[in-house]
Design a protein around this ligand. Structure first.
Ligand code: F6P
Length: 489
């Protein structure tokens, strides 16, 4: 057995993924999303264990006999697991993204969904196999007493499985999503002998410390442990909650991942971003008086929980209720395709385009396109939009944190008013200087957009400064180090 690393990280998506070109060449792409941003500083002796996501990744795994060339991964040592494609598809598309993601984000339209039948049972077995493969790899890579930080809803069973294999390890689990309240969570198959709901909770409780992005999600987790497992909760000398179940204690932590100000400020001042700003300005255009039009910006994966369609409807309502904005504002919406293997995501992507086109058809004029929608992922263009935004619209129906809400104030050139959903994790830290909304309420969101557009420049700049300070309170390096220190305590 090779036992080497003192620090290990495990997540479904690693820091890079690969695509195979027409001539068989591999192209590496940095992973997106909050998890990868948070862990981007994990370097040195640490190893990052992740899954091969598609053909490109599998090809990369084959070429290097199970380990990638660290040069390709930006200095990170990566071990990519080459799982059977059907096991990966069942675990990732089936259980992780169609069940656990839906439960934690409360996305089911419950009269028809969910349906837990034979397909679910097969997918659940794959999820167990997939989690066991991670536990095996981590057990093999970890030095005696090493710290292992397991990430997210894809890997809820790993802490328990790893503890059985290696009781000497310090194991942490971090949830990057919300956690569902008990009445919703118990929708998962559950019976007096255990069931899936109990298996997930027990899996996470295999950790020495389970951590969350906000106190709200941490509380929901402990409530599930109490109501579904009969666990007990107390508070330790450091003020952290502790869940005790079957004689084992798991500490509960909260670490609100912040934006990486140094990286963002440097990256957003590069020439490729300037070029894209010029192109966007051109697309946004000028109003009848020759002034730059105001820009309401949103940047999201095309993800059901991001509430992009209601955001567009609220913008439409703004144009209905406030004709004074006609020709003076543009909604710049970046909605990057996500999880396109799932029909419900494909349908949602189509609906976003349909509603955007409808608004343009109803209100657009020869020299004014009310909605500029981009669907091709381009990080430099996202940063360009961050810089020129007058208003940022972040209106998820439920979100673990939402880093966009934290990144825009940091990068903004001239101050940006933030319209923020009370259901985003970021609300806990940014509510004071944002205009907050109930994400289901179209009229209230339209009013909030109007208020944000009408805010005077001085107030906007002041609020943006305070938002940026709150957004960067816990940058990724500190976020990671704090967890490591707490785990070793
Ligand atoms: O937990 C949330 C998360 O892992 C984010 O980091 C990221 O935005 C998203 O989920 C990634 O989803 P996927 O890997 O399915 O694209």
């Amino acid at each position: 057995m090779v036992t080497r690393h003192q620090v290990l990280v495990a997540s479904n998506r690693g820091p890079v993924s690969y695509t195979v070109g027409e001539r068989g060449e591999l192209t590496a792409k940095r992973g997106g999303g909050g998890l990868v941003s948070g862990l981007s500083t994990v370097k040195g002796d640490a190893v990052w264990v992740c899954a091969a996501l598609g053909d490109g990744d599998r090809e990369a795994v084959r070429r290097t006999d199970g380990r990638l060339d660290p040069a390709d991964t930006g200095g990170q040592t990566v071990r990519m697991l080459d799982l059977a494609p059907e096991v990966f598809a069942d675990a990732y598309n089936g259980i992780a993204n169609s069940v656990l993601w839906f439960v934690h984000h409360m996305l089911y339209q419950t009269p028809l969904e969910p349906v837990f039948d034979t397909e679910f049972e097969r997918q659940w077995r794959s999820y167990e196999t997939y989690n066991a493969a991670f536990a095996d790899a981590l057990a093999e890579e970890a030095a005696e007493g090493a710290a292992v930080l397991v990430q997210d809803y894809h890997l809820t069973l790993v802490p328990g499985m790893l503890r059985e294999r290696r009781p000497d390890l310090r194991i942490g689990h971090f949830s990057h999503t919300p956690w569902a309240p008990p009445d919703y969570f118990r929708m998962l198959p559950d019976d007096p002998d255990g069931g899936v709901a109990a298996e997930v909770l027990r899996g996470v409780l295999g950790a020495d410390r389970a951590a969350f992005l906000t106190q709200r999600w941490a509380n929901a987790f402990t409530e599930c442990c109490v109501k579904l497992l009969g666990a007990e909760v107390s508070v330790d000398d450091d003020g952290e909650m502790v869940v005790v179940h079957e004689g084992r204690a798991t500490r509960i932590g909260v670490h609100g991942l912040g934006a990486d100000a140094d990286f963002l400020r440097e990256r957003s001042r590069r020439p490729d971003v300037d070029e894209r700003m010029a192109a966007l300005r051109e697309q946004i255009g000028r109003d009848g008086d020759g002034n730059a039009r105001k820009a309401i910006v949103r940047v999201d994966r095309t993800e059901l929980s991001k509430n992009i369609v209601r955001g567009l409807l609220a913008y439409r309502r703004l144009l209905d209720d406030h004709p004074e904005w006609h020709g003076r504002v543009v909604h710049v919406a970046f909605a990057y395709p996500s999880r396109q293997d799932l029909a419900v995501y494909r349908d949602y992507t189509a609906e976003v385009s349909r509603v955007a086109e409808e608004i343009n058809a109803v209100y657009g004029t020869e020299d004014w396109t009310p909605v500029v929608l981009h669907v091709k992922d381009d990080f430099a263009r996202s940063l360009a939009a961050y810089r020129l935004a007058d208003v940022a619209l972040v209106n998820p129906i439920r979100d673990g944190m939402n880093l966009v809400a934290k990144e825009i104030p940091v990068v903004s050139d001239h101050g940006c008013a933030l319209v923020l959903s009370r259901e985003a994790g970021a609300f806990a830290e940014l509510a004071e200087d944002a205009i907050t909304v109930n994400p289901y309420d179209i009229g209230a969101t339209a009013d909030a957009l109007h208020r944000a557009l009408s805010m005077d420049a001085g107030e906007r700049a002041e609020r943006t400064k305070r938002l940026a300070a709150a957004a960067t309170a816990l940058p990724p390096t500190a976020w990671f180090t704090d967890q490591l220190n707490a785990l070793r305590r």
